[in-house]
Structures are given as structure tokens and as C-alpha cells.
Design a protein around this ligand. Structure first.
Ligand code: ADP
Length: 274
């Protein structure tokens, strides 16, 4: 879909006639199309739960359904679920635009990953997904803190661990490892034993609203923005993201983030960590 776009640009030159130039507008056109698609997708994602909510409100207003406590309870539960879906979507949209707005300021606070991983693991015990205890953490003793934005790194961990729990086989472990990597980086890996991702989808996973199976993602409470947010956070930190997967076996997401403190001469070279 990278069709080339050309535009004729005419410059009048005083007393000398016209200069006609052929300009390549492929890039601007693609960016504009992406923006239009994004707004259309976001509106569509919000419109569906909104329509469901309005439908249930109308039915409840009718009277009969509201008088029956069991029906009313069931309706309210569905309405709550739809409102929650809208809330998750709006939260993710806001995060995305905030991260994008800050993309030129590189965050530089030292952040230790271990307590953040513990917090995120704890959050999955609080009713969202009842299986945070599937998360097995292994942090190398000599790993330095990373240089970054604590709130955004928490969000990155939440999205990656959340995906591994959602798409991992029920009850299977989710392994989170952190170790030093070459080039004064820290390597964070999140590995699941799940359904995996067919190779042709992998390059597109970080696009907004791109999902391998939209129905399945929605039923698991996904917004389709999780990995787009992760990609933006990694870019803002001047890091790198790698996704590897094998269908039927599982997925490995690796994130390389800059270490906060330059290691002492020789501290890293004595062991090969990469
Ligand atoms: P979602 O909210 O749909 O989970 P994401 O942006 O986090 O959105 O992920 C995009 C898509 O990538 C998901 O819908 C899913 O198809 C796929 N995906 C992400 N992580 C995994 C994983 N660990 N295992 C299998 N598929 C995954």
C-alpha cells in the first residue's frame, strides 16, 4: 500500500516565467492516511460499546426489565463491562498521545526494574486477571537500574506481562527475566507458553488497533493499543523492541533499555551477558 504520490508544484519567478517541479508526496500522504485511519478506528471502537450501553439504557427505561431484579442486575453488569471497555480505551488513547507529545525528551531518572515488576505482578492479583502468580521473575544480581520514566516503564511492563497472561495457555508460566546486555543496555524479556503469533503478523503488531484475532482480543478486554504504547515508550527511551514467536509454542518479547549508570571498566567484559 506504499503507492507513490506525486504533486506538480508551480513556482512563479518574477519576470522570468514559471518553475515547475514534481514533488514526491508519498510520505506526507501515508502519514495523513494513518492519521485518518486512526481517528476512524478509535471512533469505531468507542461507538460499539456506546451503542450497547444506549440499547440497555433504553430497555431499562421501558420499565419491565428494571422491575425484575435478576434482569436488572444482569443488564447493569453488562453495562458496567461496556463502560469499563470505553474507559480502558480512553485511558490507552490518552497514554498514547501523552507519550507521543513527549517523544523528544529522553527520560533520565534511574529506575530499578525489580520493584516495578513486583508491583505489576501484584496488580494482576487484584481481580483484573486472577493469575499474576503465574509470573516467574528472574533478575540478574548485577543488573543496573535503567535510565527512564518510572510511570511509562510500569505501563510497558503491565502491557507485556498482561499480554503474556492473556494469550498464554491457562495456568502456564509467564517468565520475566532482566539481565545486563552489551552497549550499556539492560535486556528485559517476557516469555509465554501460549498460542504464539503467525510470522506474517509480527511486523504489524505495534500498529494501533492491529490484532491477530480481533474478536478474541476484545473478549479478553484488549484495546488493540497495548503494543503500540510499548513501541512508543521504547522509542522515547531510545531502546529497542524485538518480538519472536512460534505458533503453538509461545511468544518472546525482548526490550533493550539504556542502563542508568555506566558500569565500571571491566565489570561487564568479564562475563558475556548479551
Ligand atoms: P490487545 O489489546 O489486542 O492485546 P496489543 O497491542 O497488546 O493489543 O497486541 C496486539 C495483538 O498482538 C493482540 O491482539 C494479539 O493478537 C497479539 N499478541 C500480543 N501479545 C501476544 C502474545 N504474548 N501472544 C500471542 N499474541 C499476542
Amino acid at each position: 500500500d506504499r503507492e507513490r504520490r506525486w504533486e506538480l508544484v508551480v513556482h512563479p519567478i518574477w519576470g522570468r516565467g514559471l518553475l515547475v517541479r514534481l514533488a514526491d508526496r508519498t510520505g506526507t500522504h501515508a502519514a495523513e492516511k494513518m492519521r485518518v485511519d486512526f481517528v476512524a478506528n478509535a471512533s469505531h471502537e468507542l461507538r460499539t460499546p456506546l451503542a450497547t450501553l444506549l440499547g440497555f439504557i433504553e430497555t431499562l427505561e421501558d420499565g419491565k426489565a428494571a422491575e425484575n431484579p435478576a434482569t436488572r442486575g444482569r443488564f447493569l453488569k453488562i453495562m458496567f463491562g461496556e463502560a469499563k471497555r470505553m474507559q480502558r480505551l480512553v485511558d490507552d488513547l490518552m497514554s498514547l498521545s501523552r507519550i507521543e507529545a513527549e517523544k523528544y525528551s529522553v527520560p533520565q531518572t534511574p529506575v530499578a526494574l525489580a520493584p516495578l515488576i513486583e508491583d505489576v505482578r501484584g496488580a494482576f492479583h487484584n481481580g483484573i486477571v486472577e493469575n499474576g502468580d503465574r509470573v516467574v521473575v528472574d533478575i540478574a544480581a548485577d543488573v543496573p537500574p535503567i535510565s527512564g520514566d518510572k510511570v511509562q516503564i510500569s505501563q510497558l511492563l503491565h502491557n507485556l506481562i498482561g499480554n503474556a497472561l492473556k494469550y498464554g495457555r491457562p495456568g502456564s508460566p509467564v517468565r520475566v527475566t532482566v539481565k545486563p546486555a552489551s552497549g550499556n543496555m539492560v535486556k528485559l524479556c517476557v516469555r509465554d507458553e501460549g498460542e504464539g503469533i503467525p510470522a506474517e503478523h509480527i511486523p504489524r503488531l505495534t500498529e494501533r488497533f492491529y490484532r491477530v484475532d480481533p474478536g478474541r482480543s476484545r473478549s479478553l478486554g484488549g484495546t488493540g493499543l497495548g503494543l503500540a504504547i510499548v513501541k512508543h515508550i521504547v522509542e522515547r527511551h531510545r531502546g529497542r523492541l524485538e518480538i519472536r514467536s512460534e505458533v503453538g509454542r509461545g511468544t518472546l518479547v525482548s526490550v533493550f533499555l539504556p542502563a542508568a549508570i555506566a558500569p565500571q571498566m571491566g565489570a561487564l567484559s568479564s562475563k558475556s551477558h548479551a
